[in-house]
Design a protein around this ligand. Structure first.
Ligand code: APR
Length: 236
């Protein structure tokens, strides 16, 4: 039995598993993105230097898929938004996902540590802009007019965003919930060690590399288990 008690500062880490039932592939499950592509071909700065078209096409394809009408937030995204808007304390979502499904479900306090598919960044002036269309090697930055746009995605070998802010939040957290993440990619996989005072709950369809570090693992699909757990929290 999990003793949750009264909480005031909830940090939720989400990974690809929360968006799986919305129709977005995870990375490491069977049929995940990393079974069909090599990380070093499409998700490193070196890959972009060597073959920009291949890398841009990979993210253009994913952006197009995210914008398809059938891709919508699921019950897990909506439950987290409900928690943020009804809970008396602070609720922060730290997501490794580059989709916008948390925002589309109504969450406002979302930190994207691995970047966002619907943004580009200019390698010349560093300005980040919202985008819906493809980025091509010939695309011009609207600000400095150089042909130096790239996806606003954190590639392997690059520094994730907002990590100091995440550590501050984790330090003050009294409940940490990790949803649909395999615990294989750092620094997010190490967040659990940065919240010493928190009750730690994991929601996943299977055990992960870091399940033993949680007080409880709730096993099952996010679309079912997240709303159940959020109802339980809101009723406390
Ligand atoms: N409900 C809950 N969990 C699920 C579901 C589901 N419907 N479907 C899959 N999962 C779980 C899997 O069991 C797995 O533990 O989601 C996890 C997905 O793991 P990964 O594919 O490794 O995704 P993630 O942890 O988000 O990857 C981290 O790796 O390649 C990088 O930058 C990429 O942000 C990504 C990072």
């Amino acid at each position: 039995m999990l003793n949750i008690g009264l909480k005031s500062n909830i940090v939720i880490l989400t990974g690809a598993g929360i968006s799986q039932e919305s129709g977005i592939n995870t990375f490491r499950d069977q049929n995940g993105l990393w079974h069909n592509y090599k990380i070093e071909d499409v998700a490193t700065p070196e890959a972009f230097q060597k073959n920009p078209k291949l890398v841009l096409d990979f993210y253009n394809e994913r952006r197009k898929h995210l914008l398809a009408p059938e891709i919508k937030p699921n019950a897990a995204h909506f439950a987290l938004a409900r928690l943020e808007h009804t809970f008396r304390g602070l609720v922060t979502i730290i997501t490794q996902n580059v989709d916008n499904l948390h925002e589309r479900a109504g969450s406002e306090n979302v930190i994207h540590i691995h970047g966002e598919l619907l943004k580009s960044r200019c390698n010349h002036c560093q300005i980040v802009s919202s985008i819906k269309d493809n980025i091509e090697a010939e695309s011009l930055c609207q600000h400095c007019h150089q042909k130096s746009l790239r996806p606003h995605i954190v590639w392997f070998g690059e520094e994730p965003h907002y990590i100091d802010r995440c550590h501050q939040l984790l330090d003050a957290a009294d409940l940490f919930i990790a949803i649909g993440t395999s615990g294989m990619v750092y620094p997010a996989a190490g967040f659990i060690r940065h919240c010493p005072d928190a009750t730690k709950v994991e929601i996943n369809t299977e055990e992960t590399a870091i399940s033993h570090l949680f007080h409880k693992t709730i096993m099952g699909p996010a679309s079912m288990k997240v709303p159940e757990f959020i109802d339980f929290l809101i009723d406390l």
